[in-house]
Design a protein. Structure first.
Length: 326
């Protein structure tokens, strides 16, 4: 108001406006740093994580600013005093300017800090939460996990209650995507459903996939071997998988039991053909593996008594023999 001409008024007013803006944005920057919300990187699916660079930078800068401020607090006040004095003399040779400039810097710095701190902990935080939900939705959507037939919902239902259309959905999905694209639990259910629909080859592959993804799920491998042996008559591959498994798990009785069933099932399949050495040995191998199974787990005896796959074998005699060999 005390300027003598328009050019001087322009110089003073623009300087004060720039000073206001500088103070406001400095405060805004600090408000944003202190208020920027943290987020959890673990929430997203495998391979996909939120970029945490900004969070790390804000945390790093906040610690530096607080540390430097505490250490250099005295020198900072000296610098601000010198800055305000020199600026006021530049604008007008009047000490009242010092008070005005101090007020402008203080008011707009605090205003910027408060405004952006509140925005950071409210609006920005809200947008981050929405963004996280959107990313989660995208990562679990058809684009990331091809599932145009909504197979997850179908497999989560009771097979005895699903309709013909849903069964067709399962077959379409397997035809298009195979049995390897789902999570192990859903793959196991898929194998069960395919078995119920008499899609034995696909069912066996599904159970094999479950075992390959989770080697602790031993019974999925046994299911695959059982299906290949009984329904696909693929005795060679079934026996090969069981032998490989037994070489690693020599104390797992159900594997020996299933191998005995395989050999006897194959023997029963060809028992009416002219006798030859291969067919004769099948029964001997069945007895040998069943004996080993009984040695490890006596509880399998009751199961063997009612198992049609062991038809023709003297179960009680084999059981008594296994006790002698201990």
């Amino acid at each position: 108001m005390n300027t003598k001409n328009f050019s001087e008024f322009t110089r003073v007013s623009t300087t004060l406006i720039l000073l206001q803006l500088f103070s406001f944005f400095t405060g805004s920057f600090l408000g944003f740093l202190f208020g920027f919300p943290a987020h959890d990187n673990v929430q997203f699916q495998n391979k996909y994580q939120r970029n945490s660079s900004l969070k790390e930078i804000t945390s790093w800068l906040t610690k530096i600013i607080v540390g430097v401020t505490l250490i250099e607090l005295k020198d900072i006040f000296v610098f601000l005093k010198s800055f305000v004095t020199n600026l006021s003399l530049y604008l007008s040779n009047n000490l009242s300017q010092v008070f005005i400039i101090c007020c402008l810097i203080g008011i707009f710095f605090i205003l910027g800090f408060i405004v952006f701190y509140i925005l950071s902990v409210t609006t920005i935080f809200e947008e981050l939460v929405k963004n996280d939900k959107n990313i989660d939705s995208i990562l679990s959507d058809d684009i990331m996990n091809p599932n145009p037939l909504n197979i997850n919902n179908v497999l989560s239902s009771d097979f005895s209650k699903i309709n013909k259309e849903d069964k067709e959905e399962i077959l379409k999905f397997v035809s298009k995507n195979g049995v390897e694209t789902l999570e192990p639990l859903l793959t196991k259910r898929l194998g069960k459903f395919l078995f119920a629909m008499e899609e034995y080859d696909s069912s066996a592959k599904a159970y094999e996939t479950v075992y390959l993804k989770n080697k602790d799920d031993k019974y999925s491998l046994l299911n695959a071997c059982f299906i290949r042996s009984k329904y696909l008559k693929d005795f060679d591959n079934s026996n090969k998988m069981l032998k490989e498994f037994i070489s690693k798990e020599q104390k797992f009785a159900p594997a020996y039991y299933n191998l005995a069933c395989n050999y006897n099932r194959e023997f029963l399949e060809f028992e009416e053909t002219p006798e030859n050495e291969y067919i004769t040995k099948l029964k001997d191998k069945a007895v040998e593996n069943l004996t080993k199974a009984f040695e490890i787990d006596k509880g399998l005896y009751s199961e063997a008594l009612k198992d049609s796959a062991l038809k023709g074998l003297e179960i009680k005699k084999i059981f008594e023999e296994s006790k002698k060999q201990e």
